[in-house]
Every structure is written in structure tokens, then in C-alpha cells.
Design a protein around this ligand. Structure first.
Ligand SMILES: [Zn+2]
Length: 212
């Protein structure tokens, strides 16, 4: 099968779609097709790309057909960048955090890197969070850090801020020397991902070693 022919067909379809959206008032009339497609391929929100003149107002009510057309235009824009195979899952050692949580709070955390989303300028993993066997939600994980320790510290910080402080009553993790004071994830001078006490920064525990 010829890729060239496919691409021409996709370009034509995309132009027809954009024209229909413009006619319906779902896209500004003076947009450049190539620029629209390039922006959508980056993952920019379609309403921002299609209606730059109305960025300050809320979302516009559109019909089901128009929503489908927008989805199709996004699909066409992203198609040239789709990968045959996703990259290998991130190497961030999140299991160390899960072990700390299991030992100190008796809770079972699981992360599943479920799906890779590719755009023209990179991509991210959609990561599902499971706690004690129940799915709690998902988040977009960008592993743009080559160092697994600083990647782990960033992930721990995100999970604590977004989930664990609420999931574990009273906050988690807590300093053993300062009851009631939480610890925060960071990277120490030796380059290790650690929990550090907010009351006394010299209180530090390597992530994965708490409660051992
Ligand atoms: Zn402390």
C-alpha cells in the first residue's frame, strides 16, 4: 500500500472537515489548514486551535456530528506521528514508594502504565492508579528525566500531593521523630530519592527504606 496516496486522501478529508466546521461556526474562518493540523498534532486543545478568537469565553455547545468531526480532525493530525510500538515503559522505580506505603500504612498501591499517547513533539504514558485493588484514577506521566532517582522523587511528590495525603488519613508519609509533620519527596546530595521532614531537613529516609 502506498503511504503517499493515503496521506493525500487524509489531507483532503481534513480540509473538508475544517471547511464544514468553519461553515458551522465551530472554527474561525481565517484559519490556515496546515497550521491547524500542526497545532492539533502537538496535543493542543482543539477549542484553542479552532476558535482562537474566542479563547476567553467558555466552551461552545456543538452538535454530536461536529464533535465527531473535531475528533476526526485530531486523529488525522496525529496519524503521521503514531508509533508502531510504544516505547518501553518508564524505568521509574515506583515500587519503592509502594513498599514504604505497604509497610507503614498497610495500603497496597499499584501503578499500571496503561497507554502511550504520541504527539508530534513527544508523548506521555497514561498511568492508572490502583489502591487496595480499586482503580482510583489516572494521570499523565512524562518521563523526561533520565535519572530514575529524580524521576521517582517527582512522581512521589505528585502522588502525595494529588492522592496519598487524602487517601491516608492524617497525611503520608509522616516523620517518626516529629509526629504530625509530613515528609516531602526530594533528591538528596547523594542523588537519592528521599523523604525529608518539613520540621527538620536533616530527618531523611531513602524512598523504599521506610519502616524496614
Ligand atoms: Zn522530622
Amino acid at each position: 500500500m502506498s503511504r503517499g496516496v493515503d496521506n493525500v486522501a487524509a489531507v483532503l478529508d481534513g480540509r473538508v472537515i475544517l471547511a464544514e466546521l468553519q461553515k458551522a461556526g465551530c472554527a474561525d474562518g481565517d484559519l490556515d489548514y496546515e497550521a491547524v493540523v500542526a497545532e492539533l498534532a502537538k496535543g493542543t486543545l482543539p477549542s484553542w486551535v479552532l476558535l482562537p478568537s474566542r479563547r476567553t469565553t467558555g466552551s461552545r455547545v456543538v452538535s454530536r456530528r461536529q464533535r465527531k468531526l473535531v475528533d476526526e480532525l485530531v486523529r488525522i493530525a496525529r496519524a503521521p506521528y503514531l508509533l508502531d510500538e510504544p516505547p518501553p515503559p518508564p524505568s521509574v522505580p515506583w515500587q519503592r514508594l509502594a513498599r514504604d506505603l505497604q509497610r507503614t500504612a498497610g495500603r497496597t498501591l499499584d501503578l499500571v502504565f496503561a497507554r502511550w499517547e504520541q504527539f508530534s513533539e513527544g508523548g506521555y504514558w497514561v498511568c492508572e492508579i490502583t489502591m487496595d485493588g480499586g482503580v482510583r484514577g489516572s494521570f499523565d506521566f512524562t518521563d523526561d528525566d533520565d535519572d530514575p532517582e529524580s524521576s521517582l522523587a517527582a512522581l512521589a511528590d505528585y502522588l502525595c500531593e494529588g492522592w496519598l495525603h487524602e487517601e491516608v488519613w492524617g497525611g503520608w508519609p509522616m516523620c517518626v521523630r516529629h509526629p504530625g509533620r509530613p515528609m516531602w519527596a526530594t533528591v538528596n546530595g547523594a542523588g537519592l530519592a528521599v523523604w525529608r521532614c518539613e520540621a527538620d531537613p536533616s530527618d531523611e529516609a531513602v524512598i523504599g527504606s521506610v519502616g524496614e
